[in-house]
Design a protein around this ligand. Structure first.
Ligand SMILES: C[S@@+](CC[C@H](N)C(=O)[O-])C[C@H]1O[C@@H](n2cnc3c(N)ncnc32)[C@H](O)[C@@H]1O
Length: 192
């Protein structure tokens, strides 16, 4: 039923989703493995959809952590609220029905000094061009020095754009996903 709802949403919003299936658990685990969960973290997930990547993050994060889920499609936010509004969840989870382009405003509103991680499933190649570049820039400015931007894509189209802002990225190939994905791990330089 959840997958059926996902496919319907994907058919109605091809540009925002760019794929007909949510990410696999293999991709979700690979992304969560890039995060150091040994201490409280401030994390933003951009474009969480119905939470395919969110599960392993919530399972592993420290109870003092803060997780912002920023999703533009209201139906997905409702699904995320169903899953993550329980008080039993570890850490503080906020579900925001807003655009990732507002990341800087969202951080300012919460007086956050900086994010430790930005995890993104946004389809950079199908979003209107200035928007993708704007989100990469804002991600960089909202991260703490040494913070990490973890982005998956089905192609390497945006690798150069990310490297122009962050410097060289670590690349991980995940075959067990429809479609096979690239995970980019970009680190903000310690003194930026
Ligand atoms: C490829 S799907 C990934 C969904 C989920 N993270 C996954 O891996 O299965 C892209 C997600 O980004 C969301 N999205 C697209 N544009 C957005 C924007 N400007 N701000 C926030 N979310 C956006 C879509 O609604 C969708 O949920």
């Amino acid at each position: 039923m959840r997958l059926f709802r996902w496919i319907i949403t994907a058919l109605k919003n091809p540009r925002e989703l760019s794929t007909i299936f949510p990410s696999s658990r293999f991709l979700a685990r690979t992304i969560a493995d890039q995060v150091d969960f040994t201490q409280p973290r401030t994390i933003a997930e951009l474009g969480p959809g119905d939470g395919a990547l969110t599960g392993p993050i919530v399972e592993r994060m420290d109870p003092e952590s803060q997780l912002l889920l920023i999703e533009i499609i209201d139906n997905f936010c409702q699904e995320l609220r169903r899953q993550y509004s329980s008080e039993e969840q570890s850490g503080e989870i906020e579900i925001l029905n807003r655009s990732a382009a507002e990341l800087d405003i969202i951080c300012e509103e919460r007086q956050l000094e900086g994010l430790d991680y930005v995890i993104s499933g946004l389809p950079l190649t199908t979003l209107p061009d200035p928007l993708s570049s704007e989100i990469i820039d804002k991600t960089h400015s909202c991260l703490k020095p040494g913070g990490k931007y973890i982005q998956f894509q089905y192609s390497r189209d945006y690798q150069q754009d990310i490297e122009q802002v962050f410097g060289p990225v670590k690349l991980i190939r995940v075959w067990l996903n429809i479609f096979p994905a690239w995970v980019y791990v970009a680190t903000k330089k310690p003194h930026q």
